[in-house]
Write a protein that binds this ligand. Structure first.
Ligand SMILES: [Zn+2]
Length: 455
């Protein structure tokens, strides 16, 4: 009798496990980045669509990007959940300190080895777990990772105009087709604004405000498209960005060429003229001399040997970082031999500076409505993306704890953090259920065998 009961419990438990594998409640996910959207850009412009999205979903007061607050490094932190020193995309520009070669942002998108550096972006992880993904202009979307590429990709052409609102809408239409016709699970969609306008005219300019208005109208178009495609209950939407924007100060500038006792003849490789950051390789035997010449050269310039770079930045502990690392205070850019940097707005500054903070908004079937949450670091977004896609994350530096309270599944329970949290996202609830049922099955077997032996 007990043997029979035990066997039945075992079979029931095993049987119950089987359909769980094939049953998915997975929703689709659209990750949108509007480059250089500072955290408070919606406060001096009328943004009815972003406001409406906040009412229907979740809004973070702001989000803190990693340092260095540049486009490719910060986007790769969104895609991997790692600080920049841990994913290795340390600059917008590929460079080779031996040959002196450097490639601008556009070409660096085409150098896979710059991106494929030991960390997998979420596209690849999702595809390995059976999902279909796409990238539309997203930084890192063109690279091959461990021999694999995102399923579908679009990459900007050399003469791409980032501010063409007609093209923005066509891109949204294409993404909707990918979700509805091609049945993709995850798409990362990138817009180069309001970054470009912020650089050109400055973050306080009228042009920037008009561009934020264009962004807001595009958010409206996107939300309307989601509704019209009947996707509102099937798609989670996250709108975020990589960093903020600071007004450039054009007096008492930092100009390395003019620093006493410093000479570019002592430098083997330099990467300066790129906003507030500099990477230097002194010639052999010249490190101390160059360091001494630069360290007190300007009150707004900070010069560090790589090993002494402040640990809080989580930036310098990577083989790609040069022996000397420079950064400047908000508003000050670092000019090298001649002044070629004429932007009115810039980023790349200390990620604790408020003007470097950026936005995070989310809505959809997984999210609570009308919730404003406290700030968090952008390395935590990856864990949330994996949770929404129901995939197992790669090792990362973030935590689902940072965003768990945004999710509807956190409501109605006493859990203020996700189950089993640590550096890695918790197992899926289906896995937990399967585990419990397996244990019941084992217990049933033990009882059954014990009864059989006793009889
Ligand atoms: Zn950017």
């Amino acid at each position: 009798m007990y043997a029979f009961l035990g066997l039945m419990v075992s079979l029931l438990a095993l049987g119950a496990c089987a359909p769980l594998q094939g049953t998915s409640t997975r929703k689709k996910l659209l990750l949108v980045s509007f480059d250089g959207f500072r955290w408070n850009y919606d406060q001096d412009v009328d943004t009815p669509n972003l406001d409406s999205m906040a009412r229907d979903g979740v809004k973070a007061r702001y989000m803190t990007p990693p340092f260095v607050t540049q486009t490719s490094p910060c986007h790769f932190s969104l895609l991997t959940g790692k600080y920049i020193e841990n994913h290795g995309v340390i600059h917008n520009m590929w460079f080779n300190t031996s040959t002196g070669q450097k490639l601008p942002y556009y070409y660096t998108q085409r150098v896979s080895s710059w991106w494929d550096n030991g960390s997998l972006p979420i596209w690849i992880t999702a595809q390995r777990q059976g999902l279909k993904t796409a990238s539309l202009f997203f930084p890192g979307g063109n690279a091959t990772y461990q021999g694999e590429q995102v399923n579908i990709k679009r990459v900007e052409g050399f003469f791409h105009k980032y501010n063409n609102v007609t093209e923005w809408r066509q891109n949204i239409d294409l993404v909707m087709k990918w979700f509805t016709t091609d049945n993709l699970d995850f798409v990362a969609l990138y817009f180069g604004e309001p970054d470009s306008t912020g650089h050109k005219y400055g973050p306080e300019s009228q042009q920037r405000k008009e561009m934020v208005s264009q962004v807001d109208q595009t958010v409206g178009y996107l939300r309307k498209s989601i509704r019209e495609h009947g996707m509102s209950s099937a798609l989670n939407l996250i709108i975020t960005s990589d960093h903020g924007m600071e007004t450039v100060i054009k007096k008492d500038e930092i100009h390395l060429q003019k620093v006493a006792n410093f000479s570019f003849r002592d430098i083997q490789f330099e990467l300066v003229d790129y906003g507030p950051q500099g990477l230097l390789v002194p010639k052999p035997g010249k490190l101390e001399e160059v360091y001494e010449a630069l360290k007190n050269a300007h009150p707004k310039l900070h010069v560090y040997k790589k090993e002494e770079f402040p640990k809080r930045f989580r930036y310098a502990n990577n083989p790609r970082i040069t022996p000397l690392v420079l950064y400047s205070d908000p508003g000050y850019v670092i000019h090298g031999r001649i002044k070629v940097q004429l932007n009115n707005g810039e980023h790349g500054f200390d990620n604790q500076v408020m003007n470097m903070k950026t936005i995070f908004r989310a809505e959809g079937p997984a999210f609570k409505r009308g919730l404003e949450v406290e700030p968090f670091e952008s390395v935590n977004v990856y864990a949330l993306l994996c949770e929404l896609l129901e995939i197992k994350p790669e090792p990362h530096d973030g935590s689902l704890n940072a965003t768990w309270h945004m999710l509807l599944k956190s409501a109605g329970t006493d859990q203020i953090s996700p189950p089993g949290t640590d550096q890695i996202s918790p197992p899926h609830s289906t896995w937990e259920l399967a585990l419990v049922l397996s244990l019941v099955a084992c217990l049933g077997c033990v009882i059954g065998i014990a009864c059989y032996v006793l009889m």
